[in-house]
Design a protein around this ligand. Structure first.
Ligand code: SF4
Ligand code: SF4
Length: 55
């Protein structure tokens, strides 16, 4: 899940995602749950901690 209020659209999560599940939509990062393998990389690399992995 991406907290859109926190996201600064830096693009880090997008480049770090191993399966390309993240896209910038309307200026905010959006995770495609069908592609996401819940590896946690994006959450780790987000500079503003806008991403939370929900199991
Ligand atoms: S948890 Fe992993 S697979 Fe899912 S969006 Fe983040 S980087 Fe991509
Ligand atoms: S790494 Fe965080 S701040 Fe950067 S685009 Fe992704 S969710 Fe937004």
């Amino acid at each position: 899940m991406v907290d859109e209020k926190k996201c600064i659209t830096c693009g880090s999560c997008m480049s770090i995602c191993p399966v390309g599940a993240i896209k910038i939509v309307n200026g905010k990062a959006k995770i495609d749950p069908k592609k996401c393998i819940k590896c946690g990389s994006c959450a780790q690399f987000c500079p503003v901690s806008a991403i939370e992995i929900k199991k």
